[in-house]
Design a protein around this ligand. Sequence first.
Ligand code: APR
Length: 250
Amino acid sequence: MSLRETAERLVEAETVVALTGAGASADSGIPTFRGKDGLWNKYDPRELATSEAFARDPERVWEWYLWRRRKIAEAEPNPTHTVLALMERDGLLEAVITQNVDGLHQRAGSRRVIELHGNIWRDECVSCEYHRVNDPERGEGLEYDELPPKCPDCGDPLRPGVVWFGEPLPHDALVEAENLARSCDVMLVIGTSGEVRPAADLPLVAKSCGATLIEINPSETALSSHMDVIIRERAASAIKALWGEIERLS
Ligand code: APR
């Protein structure tokens, strides 16, 4: 299917949903997890992204998440984030379901963003209901007097509000994402290796309900064999070109 035909498919669709992974933020300079420069090649996720690691060494886990927060705070949304926000504005996209925790979809203007793996800017108490969302543009959440920071309500440690390996996904987000996967007629699958469930199951749910799957990724993924359309390119350039075709149609 040509880029023009793909644009036509998107424009004529009833409900388009995007599922994004770390590759959608790669063009903003934020490292992905797998692949040649992936974070999991340099760091052991069992040491940094599990509740056991946090119980063992909360200070080390916080230092790593603060390092990631600083990289994200220095980054800007790229055309992938911007075009998805424009598509939503123009009624061409229902929602973004993201595995990313960087908040760049929201910074680009997307309004309906379902965060399956939480948000790196949230602090959550390990014991009580206390939580807050930091605003890096106001310098919040980038440094603390002590690590781990303490809950202002109960005094127990605060943790980053992201989903760690072995933890359940936020129930409401997962239910909303599954409903969107069932109801969409096109799913854009952008910048994900398709290695982590249940997020990676969503394209299969969509396909089983008759959706057209479009993969935008410079490399082959665990989901590629299920795709109806494959754009084997970096997302920023591919989605910019796709948006150009969509604009020519309207
Ligand atoms: N444009 C599009 N895709 C890209 C780009 C780019 N510029 N650069 C890299 N990619 C692709 C890679 O080819 C790979 O398929 O992005 C994907 C990144 O894969 P992962 O690093 O596995 O990221 P993701 O699929 O989001 O991981 C899922 O795993 O570690 C957990 O919680 C973490 O949410 C993450 C989950």
